[in-house]
Write a protein that binds this ligand. Sequence first.
Ligand code: GAR
Length: 192
Amino acid sequence: MKPKQLVLLASGSGSNVENIAKYFETASNITIATVLTNKRDAKVIDRCNRLKINCLYFNKQAFSESDCILNLLKSINPDLIVLAGFLWKIPEKLILAFPNKIINIHPALLPKYGGKGMYGNHVHEAVKESKDAQTGITIHYVTANYDEGAIIHQATTKILPEDKVEQIAGKVHQLEYEHFPKVIEGLLSKEN
Ligand code: GAR
């Protein structure tokens, strides 16, 4: 049987991409068709080179002002499109073309700390500022609005009053590494 095709989108470091790639390295039924990035100098490109995974850079024109990425994705026919630290809004035409096949990970417990501008350390700074006793991750379906789709999975971690933003970020990343590949695997196993 043809392996399930995974497409990952990332804008930055790509540590989640690397973690997901390593998780599925020995899986014969799941393959990473390609990683897509919107940042020419993103660290994720180096990681993909090292891991020998296909990685393509695209710009706004290709993503939302033309059908270039839409057509590329249609040709791949992915079973799941995963936003792993991807910071651009997904154009409606992609959402319509791949219903319930695009998921995102958000580094907080949505619906808190979501929306435009809420990414990476901005989220952890807001969480710290609010003196919340816990934070976590949310894996959810992607809609045309930031961080609003149906929630698939959440996991929490405690925050100590003395935790700095970097420590909160570290705890959240650990949760991401633990849960994200398993959730992806679960979704792909439900697929026909
Ligand atoms: C992750 O923590 C992810 O949850 C977050 O960006 C980080 C990417 O880290 N995503 C968002 O903030 C989306 N709003 P990575 O590049 O090391 O995987």
